[in-house]
Every structure is written in structure tokens, then in C-alpha cells.
Design a protein around this ligand. Structure first.
Ligand code: GDP
Length: 140
């Protein structure tokens, strides 16, 4: 199996409840290695650009407001099939539909405040990693 990298965000609802360590434990227990991590306050411009694909969706403004409502932790994860593995451990977007034991089933507050982001493809992972990290930040 291929060793991949993926991009992850611990969202403001989770940092507010001091869940960074618990989310990280879930990721590590799933076999993912955190090879870069930084806690930041995302700007409105960053959130609008990062979620640009959702610009036309009804929830776009709310999503940008939510993602800038408090600190987030941006991360790069490495492991076998990291993109799919991370999506698996995150669970479905809507916590009501997320499988038991997943991060979103355990911690998410709502479909919006759903605790974590994870890239949906290797191609997007590379774009999202480069959005927040320099190559020299990644220490695998
Ligand atoms: P993800 O890949 O599972 O994060 O889901 P999407 O790419 O479809 O959506 C991006 C983010 O937008 C989600 O993680 C949620 O935070 C938010 N979101 C998605 N769908 C909805 C919705 O129907 N309502 C609201 N308020 N937020 C949503």
C-alpha cells in the first residue's frame, strides 16, 4: 500500500472544547502520523479561499464565519492510504450519519461544527498542504 500525505484541520468547535489531544489520539490510533501541525486563527480571506469550491452553496457564509470563530489546528498526516484512512476515521460530514466510533460521531456538534476537515483526494491534499505549509515544515 502507498504511503500518502493528507491535510487535516481540527475545527473551532473542537479547539474550543479542548479536544485537540483527543482528536490527535484518534488519528494516531488509526495509524496516521502527524508530520506537521500548527494552531492558527484563520482569516476570512483564508477561509473563503480554502472553501472556494463551496462559494455558491447556501451555507458558504456561515461556514466561513464558523471557521474563523476561533483557533484551528492545521495538520499534515502521513500513513498508508492516508487520504482514505483519514476520511474513514473522521466519519460522515453529518455526525448523525457518521459511523460509531468515528471522530465526528464522538465529537461533532452539527453538520457544520463537525470538528475536523480532511482532504477528499490526493490531488486536493497536495493543494491544501501547500496552502498552509512550506515543504520544510513537513518532518516525516
Ligand atoms: P466534508 O468533506 O465531509 O468536510 O464535507 P463538504 O466538503 O461537503 O463540506 C465542507 C464543510 O462544510 C463541512 O465539513 C461542514 O463543516 C460544512 N457543511 C457541509 N454541508 C453543510 C450544510 O448542509 N450546512 C452547513 N451549515 N454546513 C455544511
Amino acid at each position: 500500500m502507498a504511503i500518502e500525505r493528507t491535510f487535516s484541520i481540527i475545527k473551532p468547535d473542537a479547539t474550543r472544547r479542548n479536544l485537540t489531544g483527543q482528536v490527535n489520539a484518534c488519528l494516531e490510533e488509526a495509524g496516521l502520523r502527524i508530520i506537521a501541525q500548527r494552531r492558527i486563527q484563520m482569516t476570512t480571506a483564508q477561509a473563503e479561499s480554502f472553501y472556494g469550491v463551496h462559494r455558491e452553496r447556501g451555507f458558504f457564509r456561515d461556514l466561513v464565519t464558523f471557521m474563523t470563530s476561533g483557533p484551528v489546528v492545521v495538520q499534515v498526516l502521513e500513513g498508508e492510504n492516508a487520504v482514505a484512512r483519514n476520511r474513514e476515521v473522521m466519519g460522515a460530514t453529518d455526525p448523525a450519519k457518521a459511523a460509531a466510533g468515528t471522530i465526528r460521531a464522538r465529537f461533532a456538534e452539527s453538520i457544520e461544527a463537525n470538528s475536523v476537515h480532511g482532504s477528499d483526494s490526493a490531488e486536493n491534499a497536495a493543494i491544501e498542504i501547500a496552502f498552509f505549509f512550506a515543504g520544510t515544515d513537513l518532518v516525516g
